[in-house]
Design a protein around this ligand. Structure first.
Ligand SMILES: [Fe+2]
Ligand SMILES: [Fe+2]
Length: 139
């Protein structure tokens, strides 16, 4: 993953890295058509991974004391991604699915855009929080 996309919080950076790896792996096989149940399984696992990551990130946002408005907007952006992913899953189950590489490309774009637009905006708050922690630590 591009170093510019790192937040400097090891767990979050690892989860972002793992998410991109999962997405890459899905297209790595070169296979485009999958039986419905395989596609459903893939989307379930991807959804679980993304939801887990969002929960971790939202805990971090609370821990660093992110301003309420930013916290709310960021949470809404997370919910929107999960809703859109659920819609893709539903479409797939009704035979209206795009093929897997198309789905992966769409989800990758969302994740990447979200990371740049929302996650990177946390960086100054993460930095300020660790400075605060350092300065209040007894010497
Ligand atoms: Fe986020
Ligand atoms: Fe994130």
């Amino acid at each position: 993953m591009n170093a510019n996309l790192r937040l400097g919080v090891p767990l979050i950076d690892l989860q972002h890295q793992e998410l991109f790896s999962s997405l890459e792996k899905l297209t790595g096989s070169g296979q485009t058509q999958f039986p419905d149940e395989v596609l459903s399984d893939v989307l379930t696992r991807l959804g679980t991974q993304i939801r887990h990551h969002f929960t971790t990130e939202e805990k971090l946002m609370l821990a660093i004391g992110l301003p309420e408005a930013m916290l709310r907007e960021h949470r809404e952006a997370h919910s929107l991604i999960l809703e859109e992913l659920a819609q893709i899953h539903l479409d797939a189950m009704h035979g209206k699915a795009a093929n897997l590489p198309e789905i992966v490309a769409t989800v990758s774009t969302w994740v990447q855009q979200h990371l740049v637009e929302f996650d990177l905006a946390l960086k100054p708050f993460i930095a300020a929080h660790s400075i605060q922690q350092t300065s209040t630590r007894p010497s």
